[in-house]
Design a protein around this ligand. Sequence first.
Ligand code: IYR
Length: 221
Amino acid sequence: MTVTRTHHHPFLPYTPPRLPIEEALDRGRAFLQLLDGRRSVRWFSPDDVPAEAIELAVQAANTAPSGAHQQPWRFVATRDPELKRRVRTAAEQEEQRFYHERDLPDWHAALARLETDATKEFLTTAPWLVVAFAQKQQNGKKTYYTNESVGIACGFFIAALHQMGLATLTHTPNPMTFLSDLFGRPGERPYILFPVGYPADDCEVPDLRRKPLDEALTFVL
Ligand code: IYR
């Protein structure tokens, strides 16, 4: 096939191999099985995880599609016990207010089955804390679809960790602006705080079910 399109910017051929459909579906099923085994974890083992695992997960995140290919994310990772302690102290302060001072009955009721509370031990137990920051601006210029882009990148990050047998939590202390100061990212919006490590030996998760496919997918044919 000869390409006749005219471009004003560089383009490259993109011809990934087309799989036989049975093989494609087998791979789809295997990938689903992998992802279906993932759970958000709130009890971590203190066992260390090499920095290369964080690098690989962020490289995976960095392949995400983004508005105008601006890649409006920055992942900041630490294993420094002192910084983790400061993050935990600040997060627990916010969570004290969230759980005990703010009048949010519907939100608190929605969270009841998770049995979360203001204590965030995982912020000091997990060997790594990784914060995804969203860049609303880059070099003084607005970015497009910032939240969608960072959300997709975070999804890839979570999936890559899970593929390595590592666990995380999409933790969002509310509000979490303190993370910009603690991690030295002024002007960037803390998006998700991820503790990363192995689940604790006695880790438990709430008994939750995923909604069935017919509630997640509608075909209009
Ligand atoms: N940020 C609080 C509350 C919380 C909110 C949601 I939405 C959750 O899915 C889970 C918790 C906390 O981390 O405890």
